[in-house]
Write a protein that binds this ligand. Sequence first.
Ligand code: 5GP
Length: 193
Amino acid sequence: MKELENKILTEGKVIDNSILKVDSFFNYCIDISMLRSVGKFIASHFKNVDKVLTIEASGIAFAVAVAFELGNVPVIFAKKSKTAVTSTDENYIAMVHSFTHGIDNNIYVSKRFLNENDNVLIVDDFLANGAASIGLVQICQQAKANVVGVGIGIEKEFQGGRKKLQDLGCKIVSAARITAFENNKPIFSTEKY
Ligand code: 5GP
């Protein structure tokens, strides 16, 4: 998506050829026009979606934007911590290594909200090593739900997440697909998504 690529080029900051900081329009302060364009772009590549599944917190805005374009399907988000009202046997649980925080977290989705009749689109703001999205695929596998695909805002392809998800049979659509950082500048894929 050219609009997002241009925004990354003008406002994004790359740290150590690894992390892309996009907090002025994507993660912290959210540009709603951009968010809606990303939602439209991702939604246009998928059909027959019953539910959108994401992970708190930064995935939620993107999941909502996509779900809106898919005809207001429900959004479910995995929680990163267990609360007094979440018991282990009431939840699907997967272990996810956080790329940005460097720690392992369990993620939890209530069994009430995902089941075997659901066609699920997984959405997240970023795809790096793939841990977050793979954790969500594992949650769907536990629920015996069908994963329709994975929709991503910004993908850093060189960190391997796409390959791992493809090996699991997932279709992946990314609004911006970065193949490398060179001298802290992003190089975008020539593929369409
Ligand atoms: P993965 O699990 O695919 O390794 O990383 C995806 C998660 O890490 C996303 O949910 C996102 O919040 C975070 N993340 C990974 N790389 C970046 C990055 O370059 N910039 C930002 N802002 N977040 C990232």
